[in-house]
Design a protein around this ligand. Sequence first.
Ligand SMILES: [Ca+2]
Length: 161
Amino acid sequence: MSFDGVDDYVVAPDIGNLGNRFTVMGWVYKINSFSDRPIIFKGYKNTYRNYTFRVIERYSNYFDVGICSPVTEYYHSNISTFENNQWISFVLTYDGNSLRFYKNSNLVFQNNLNINLDPYNGFGVKIGGDNIDGQYLNALIDEIRIYNRPLSNDEIRAILK
Ligand SMILES: [Ca+2]
């Protein structure tokens, strides 16, 4: 999928309630850098706690990630570099106790969190842009997968090799 950074985005139907466990993963090839550009999120908006999970580019050249309970956002900035002009795989997992992020199959972030995710029922998964906040990624995105459980390190490496 190709995203022009101007107005392109894809919305997938509501994937239902993930409970408190999920994996979201894919490949991204960023063409230009901006701030606050979603790669993928589920919810109403990409910002202000109105989502279940998100993976975004923030402040140019960093992956940021977040998950939300019904009352609190757990947001993590500058967790890994996000270079232009190369394919990078990313994986965000949550198992109810720990949030993990992998870049190119390597664990680069982990934080212990024990929360109930806000499912944002009725809202789809948006890829490459947020038409509510008018934020769009200029990139190629491929092989997005979402699971209702956290994949293991071995499973992640097997899928992304
Ligand atoms: Ca366009």
